[in-house]
Design a protein around this ligand. Structure first.
Ligand SMILES: [Zn+2]
Length: 346
């Protein structure tokens, strides 16, 4: 909880979720010339560091937009005070793997939440088809409202929200090797799935894969992955592959977290309902090699036929003896294999 956060009631936090060009995306305040500012979904420091401003980001409808145009309306207080505190901590931590590991989980959850929510919020103002106004916006406002819990938890930057004896999500932090001088664009990589609340990003020597609202179960079950990452640097391709495996695992999770929020005297307490609930379904769906291959191809940009050269094999960028295969735990052993790329002879 931010020590200097203002006391706000749960009702105020819920009412803060308002959508409009003239409203702060975070606190819902009406904006005028005095208090209006633009919040960059991808912060300016990140754009400068990787020369992203004029590079393009692919939107949910397949169209693209320059990173510098990914701005959402925000009041000066939320932008210049609450969000910038988190931004400064993430910026400074992301310069070195040691500091990256020391960055508070809450900062990473909030930072990832702002980007994920910000992308969707921005897309709610962008036409699906520039030539056809009747086609509506890329994202329906209803979808922004579906992310209400992301928005509510994000307000932890400005209000005291306490998570009672649980982790709100899972984080995997990685240290990356320097990119090949032939591929300077590998200094930065971003992927998010707002439907299943997963975000992965690489900036320079560090990366993080963040799953929201799984109550920490993925990090708990796949703790050995974080143990390995503490001692093993990843290449760019390995990081993307691990992100694809964890994204698949997040999609395969058969539970939706639900919470009870209680107004306390000094804070808002968030209490999770048991994740298992009444469901008789297994915690995760069984992984299908072909659907994982499709996701890996989408995330890496590698052609599907190269990612899955045979029916029962998908390539891996991990070297033998240094594999990180959390997804194998969700896979029927007879359904297929990861095959190290160095073994393929290509
Ligand atoms: Zn605000």
């Amino acid at each position: 909880m931010p020590r200097d956060a203002a006391y706000l009631t749960l009702e105020q936090l819920i009412e803060a979720r308002r959508i409009g060009h003239e409203l702060c995306f975070l606190c819902g305040a009406d904006l005028d010339t005095e208090n209006r500012s633009d919040e960059h979904v991808f912060p300016k420091w990140l754009q400068r560091r990787h020369n992203l401003a004029n590079q393009k980001l692919t939107l949910l409808n397949g169209s693209s937009i320059k990173y510098r145009q990914m701005k959402i309306p925000c009041c000066r207080t939320c932008n210049g005070i609450w969000l910038s505190k988190v931004e400064n901590r993430v910026k400074s931590a992301s310069k070195s793997p040691t500091r990256w590991r020391e960055l508070a989980d809450d900062d990473l959850f909030r930072w990832a939440s702002k980007i994920m929510y910000g992308n969707i919020y921005r897309e709610a103002f962008l036409a699906m088809d520039q030539a056809d106004p009747a086609a509506g916006m890329i994202v329906d406002e209803e979808f922004v409202h579906e992310l209400r819990t992301v928005h509510l938890f994000l307000q932890g930057v400005r209000a005291p929200i306490e998570f009672q004896h649980f982790r709100q999500g899972s984080i995997f932090r990685a240290e990356l090797v320097d990119p090949d001088p032939d591929h300077p664009d590998e200094h930065f990589w971003f992927y998010d799935n707002p439907f299943r609340l997963l975000l992965a990003m690489r900036t320079g020597p560090v990366g993080a894969i963040v799953a929201l609202q799984d109550n920490g179960v993925i990090a708990e079950i796949f703790q050995p992955v974080n143990d390995t990452l503490a001692n093993q640097k990843l290449t760019h391709m390995q990081f993307m592959e691990l992100a694809a495996q964890l994204a698949y695992i997040r999609v395969s999770l058969n539970r939706t977290a639900k919470y009870v929020m209680v107004q306390g005297a000094e804070s808002i307490q968030v209490i999770p309902l048991p994740l298992a609930g009444m469901s008789g379904l297994p915690l995760f769906e069984e992984a299908m090699l072909s659907s994982y291959a499709t996701l890996l191809s989408h995330m890496t940009g590698w052609p599907l036929e190269e990612v899955m050269p045979g029916d029962d094999q998908v390539i891996s960028f991990f070297e033998p003896g240094k594999q990180i295969y959390p997804l194998a735990g969700l896979m029927n052993p007879t359904s297929g294999l990861f095959r190290a790329r160095s073994d393929t002879g290509s």
